[in-house]
Write a protein that binds this ligand. Structure first.
Ligand code: GCW
Length: 712
């Protein structure tokens, strides 16, 4: 027996797992279905699927595959009930009539899993009002077993709280992915629609397993070509593959397409010819993709065309497109991520300024997609002031799963706590409890059109997301989109159990590593409310000193304005009053540094380096403490992972091990570079005991990364 195999066998004995952990490359994500002694799946277990629709069929296949893997027994499918078997059926199936199941409340996508007696046999029933619900129930039952429970003990009911649970792919037609760090685009546009890579099906399985029901295929920085007949046919091929898994496709639409493709002189949304062009285009798309979801639009932002080019509003643009897809029940997701170099106003204020006055003017099939924070997917941002302040407009959350600003592929940063922090944040719009989650799930202002989008971290790397731990962010996004009240800890537990093994000895330390990892990134990159200090363009390493670029907001300096005496941007009433964009009760708190959460201090306020923190130390001492804490956490990640070596297969162990070493080195780099720069500005010495940076400031300034990935 080779040493690796011995180690695998030993790991399995330790873990209570039935067979050796073989080398793995991460392709199977959290759907590994490795044998477990806890499964309680007898070798005679069967899967009965009552119905033969495409969705029920794939649900049955998944159940068979999952149970076979988890039990290490072949599993038969059968139309007959067998004791101990699993039955998948819609609630309206005649055979289920005798059972009185509370399925009315499950809606279109909820499910119920329960042990019942059917035709005299004790079976585990997975049921729902729709085929999609049954599919979600099947994945829920598999998760139940994968996380260490026995099949027959399952008693599960759940329904999604958010209607649109969507991945936004920033994938370009040439195969590159904007802000993608996991290889080329998954979509091989060149060989589509003929070649249907089996990987597209695995993508759909993974998404369905966490309830994702939409996929925007192309970058929001869109090319009009995506709307031409050949590309519609390619999108249609993907839609055909995704359909059984309950996933609709959407396209990012370039606002100027009527000019570029239609030969019109204008893209003015109020021009009837423009509206007619979009209507015809929508009709053409729906002929190829009858359940096409609709359009996502980035307009008048970062150089993209939009209605403001014609002195029209975002609502004029969105409503014109909405009218084109309305006859087909399509929707428009219109992004609020807007800022313009011509606008001298603080970038953090521009989206609110543009959108808030438009509240109540959007068509009923428009949902405004708002990034979690007002600037741009920073390691920490206070929630966007539009949440809670546009009651008459459905708003959908946009999170970034790909870690553009959080160490990209290599750093371990579990985003569950970040999603949770934003969703739990209280807008105070209608008293306490008016959380962002209540805005997103529509209950705060009674909207039925609800959604959550995540900018995907998926590429053609074997492990899909660039690292094993990045897979957890895809997973957590789906779970939070299903239920914004879920907890990052519970989600991490499930993910760790499914991705590695469900024993406490594995799950507990893995979850502990994940739990503080995003906070560590905040600590070593942007402590105490700093933001956007990453080097311009690639956003990879530190660049707080950059201040000489043409557009003001391209300069990290714009976001901190450090001088000898003070640091931060004053956004309270004594400054640019950005805090007044929040609901009044919250705006009052944020107006004063003393009542602003310390973690957001420098975001909202400009304070002297000598400002006293709650800990009693000065701001400067606190900052140094945070940088050191962040670096210290990355060292802790390394030792925690080393201790897990006997429990993890060799291939995934080694890649993470190397990535953690990179992260530790780069956390140190972030700390040292940042401190060198701050000291060059404030002239202060490091507090006693703090280590001097390894290099001088010029060395850090001289680092350049012209070929960093993901940078358009
Ligand atoms: O986060 C920033 C990115 C851009 C991106 C933009 C956006 C797609 O740096 O690459 O463009 O946001 O969200 O539109």
């Amino acid at each position: 027996m080779s040493n690796a195999l011995k180690r695998g066998l030993f790991a399995c004995l330790l873990a209570g797992v039935a067979t050796p952990a073989l080398a793995e490359d991460g392709y199977d994500l959290w759907l590994r279905y490795h044998p477990l002694t806890t499964s309680g799946i007898a070798d005679a277990t069967t899967v009965a699927v009552l119905g033969d629709t495409p969705t029920l069929t794939v649900a049955g296949q998944e159940m068979q595959r999952g149970l076979a893997g988890l039990s290490a027994h072949p599993i038969q499918t059968s139309v007959a009930m067998r004791p101990g078997g699993v039955v998948l059926a819609r609630a309206d199936t005649p055979a289920l009539r005798s059972l009185t199941l509370a399925t009315q409340t499950l809606g279109e996508e909820g499910y119920l899993v329960r042990s019942v007696t059917l035709e005299g046999q004790r079976v585990t029933l997975v049921t729902a009002n729709t085929d999609r619900g049954v599919l979600y129930g099947a994945f829920a039952l598999l998760r139940w077993v994968q996380t260490g429970h026995s099949l027959s003990s399952a008693n599960l009911t759940s329904m999604p709280h958010v209607a649109l649970r969507v991945l936004d792919h920033w994938d370009n037609l040439d195969g590159t992915v904007e802000r993608g760090y996991s290889g080329q685009s998954l979509w091989d546009w060149w060989t589509l629609p003929d070649y249907r890579d089996p990987r597209y099906t695995d993508y759909a399985r993974a998404n369905a397993s966490i309830g994702i029901n939409g996929s925007v295929l192309n970058n929001v920085n869109a090319k009009a070509d995506s709307l031409t007949a050949p590309y519609i046919a390619k999108a249609a091929a993907l839609a055909d593959i995704f359909r059984p898994y309950g996933i609709k496709v959407y396209l990012s639409a370039r606002f100027s397409a009527p000019i570029e493709l239609g030969g019109l002189k204008t893209a003015d949304p109020l021009d009837p010819k423009v509206a007619a062009w979009w209507r015809a285009k929508a009709d053409e798309i729906y002929r190829a993709i009858p359940d096409f979801g609709g359009f996502l639009v980035k307009a008048n932002s970062e150089g993209q065309p939009g209605p403001q080019d014609y002195h029209r509003t975002h609502a004029d643009g969105a409503n014109m497109l909405a009218a084109a897809v309305a006859p087909h029940k399509g929707i428009v997701m219109w992004r609020a991520f807007v800022y313009a170099q011509e606008n001298a106003e603080d970038r953090a204020k521009q989206a609110y300024d543009d959108f808030h006055p438009l509240d109540g003017t959007f068509a009923s099939n428009v949902i405004v997609q708002v990034k979690n924070g007002a600037i741009d997917f920073q390691p920490r941002e206070p929630f966007h002031p539009l949440f809670g302040t546009m009651p008459k407009t459905p708003l959908m959350m946009e999170f970034q799963i790909t870690k553009e600003y959080l160490g990209q592929a290599t750093h371990l940063a579990y985003l569950g706590p970040m999603f949770e922090e934003t969703l739990r944040a209280d807008t105070l719009a209608h008293g306490t409890g008016s959380t962002v989650a209540r805005v997103v799930d529509g209950t705060l202002d009674h909207h039925a059109l609800t959604g959550m989008a995540g900018v995907a971290n998926i590429g053609r790397d074997r492990d899909w997301s660039g690292s094993t731990f990045n897979q957890a962010n895809w997973y957590a996004f789906g779970r939070f989109a299903w239920n914004p009240d879920d907890t990052s800890d519970a989600i991490a537990r499930d993910w760790a159990a499914m991705t590695f093994d469900p024993t406490t000895a594995t799950v507990t330390p893995v979850v502990r590593m994940m739990a503080g990892s995003r906070e560590a990134v905040v600590d070593y990159m942007t402590p105490l409310g700093l933001g956007h200090v990453m080097a311009t363009g690639h956003h990879y390493g530190p660049g707080p000193w950059i201040s000489d670029l043409k557009r003001p907001e391209w300069n990290p300096y714009y976001y901190h304005r450090a001088t000898k005496d003070a640091i931060g941007v004053e956004r309270g009433p004594k400054g640019n009053a950005a805090t007044a964009q929040y609901a009044p009760a919250l705006a009052r708190l944020l107006a004063d540094p003393a009542t602003t959460p310390e973690r957001d201090l420098l975001w909202f306020h400009r304070v002297p380096w000598t400002y006293k923190l709650r800990s009693g130390g000065t701001l400067w001492q606190g900052m140094v403490g945070h940088y050191d804490r962040g670096v210290g956490y990355t060292a802790g990640l390394q030792s925690a992972w080393t201790a897990l070596r006997p429990r993890i297969d060799a291939e995934r162990f080694a890649k993470t091990d190397t990535f953690l070493a990179i992260q530790h080195r780069e956390a140190q780099w972030w700390r040292d570079a940042s401190l060198s720069y701050w000291m060059s500005v404030n002239g202060l010495a490091l507090p006693p005991g703090a280590k001097s940076p390894a290099h001088d400031l010029d060395w850090y300034k001289a680092q350049h990364f012209p070929y960093a990935p993901g940078n358009p």
